[in-house]
Design a protein around this ligand. Structure first.
Ligand SMILES: Nc1ncnc2c1ncn2[C@@H]1O[C@H](COP(=O)(O)OP(=O)(O)OP(=O)(O)O)[C@@H](O)[C@H]1O
Ligand SMILES: [Mg+2]
Length: 350
């Protein structure tokens, strides 16, 4: 039975009981006839009034409940896009509607998050497959050519073997990067810092790029301010960050370009800031945020000449965050071209 009908039946029953009591009182000579009439009229009028009041008061309650039922049915059908649920009726009903509205908004945002995660997962699988398939296909075709015996001169077969070796190395480093990133994202990378000298690490990284720097005739400036303390960090991890930032800067720099590395105390107390500036095409707009996403490359064709897999900066970000620092990119101040990749590292004061 509906709520409204139930209330009306209970009201009618209590009026009938009151009238029966008035009639019984008259029979038992407790009331005279005119008193009986007066009390009956009052009881019937009160009954009519309360029935009308019940009827009117239950309209907003019943409308709100209908709206909530409609909402529950929509959720059941997977529709969450409609606007806010109209709130009316007594305080408790409006509060219930508000709670349901909040639940709907949370469900909308969770659904949106799930959609983004699903899209990211699909992109990740597509990118991993693409980047794994390319070197494998290349290795396969060179091995087949060597097996077929169509290559009879020594020089060509050596060139083929070198390509196979290079592609196998590329595959290996991609798998290493994926493994490192998944360990970092799962929080499984242990943090064992040791006292380290940043300037020493910068020299070693630059040393390993000396041939490419020379080939591109890059001008390199390094400046490390005097007040940089010994830092507590994992040297091989921070070297990996520096390595990727220098690798990117060297790869993207034009010939004769200027490559600057600066280390100074950050304006935020107890942090050291490292900056790597170049005169390349720079990173702008939406790319500023997205370059740190795994597999993100500005060059959407994923041309292997202009970049790697797009994992380097994602790994760098996770490693810097593991050390309690932050990383970003901006346009170098006072310049209209190039980019300045920066990261901070906390100073440990034991
Ligand atoms: N110094 C830079 N100048 C211009 N663009 C850059 C620079 N550094 C990075 N980028 C852009 O950001 C993208 C992501 O960089 P990231 O280091 O993550 O990947 P990658 O260098 O392409 O590959 P990987 O580092 O995995 O070998 C690059 O593909 C490039 O488009
Ligand atoms: Mg890189």
């Amino acid at each position: 039975m509906r709520l409204r009908t139930q209330l009306l039946v209970i009201n009618a029953a209590s009026i009938a009981l009151l009238i029966a009591a008035v009639v019984a009182s008259h029979r038992m000579m407790l009331l005279n006839l005119s008193q009986e009439h007066l009390l009956t009229i009052i009881t019937v009028s009160a009954g009519v009034l309360s029935s009308v009041a019940y009827w009117v008061m239950t309209i907003p309650i019943s409308n709100s409940v209908k709206r909530l039922i409609g909402f529950a049915e929509q959720v059941g059908e997977g529709q969450l896009e409609d606007g806010p649920i109209h709130q009316s009726g007594p305080y408790e009903v409006r509060q219930l509607t508000r709670s349901v509205q909040e639940m709907k908004e949370r469900m909308q945002s969770n659904l949106h998050q799930l959609e983004i995660m699903e899209k990211t997962r699909r992109e990740l699988i597509a990118n991993v497959s693409h980047d794994l398939r390319t070197p494998i296909a290349s290795i396969q075709s060179f091995v087949e050519a060597l097996q077929d015996g169509v290559i009879d001169d020594y020089e060509t077969s050596q060139a083929y073997l070198r390509t196979i070796h290079r592609e196998a190395r590329r595959l290996n480093s991609l798998i290493d990067d994926l493994f490192e990133l998944s360990k970092l994202e799962a929080g499984q990378e242990a943090f064992h810092p040791v006292p380290s000298h940043l300037d020493q690490m910068i020299i070693e990284v630059l040393d390993s790029y000396s041939v490419r720097i020379h080939e591109k005739m890059l001008r390199v400036h390094v400046s490390v301010s005097d007040d940089i303390p010994v830092l507590h960090l994992m040297p091989e991890k921070i070297s990996r960050v520096l390595n990727n930032l220098v690798d990117n800067a060297v790869r993207h720099s034009p010939e004769n370009g200027l490559l600057e590395i600066e280390v100074r105390m950050s304006s935020r107390a107890d942090f050291v800031e490292v900056m790597i500036r170049d005169e390349a095409e720079g990173v702008s707009g939406e790319d500023v945020k997205r370059v740190f996403e795994r597999f993100y490359r500005v060059d959407k064709s994923r041309n292997r000449g202009s970049g790697g897999s797009g994992l380097g900066l994602a790994i760098a970000r996770s490693l810097v965050e593991l050390h309690g620092g932050t990383i970003g990119v901006r346009i170098p101040s006072g310049k209209s071209q190039g980019s300045e990749f920066w990261f901070t590292l906390p100073v440990y004061r034991g």
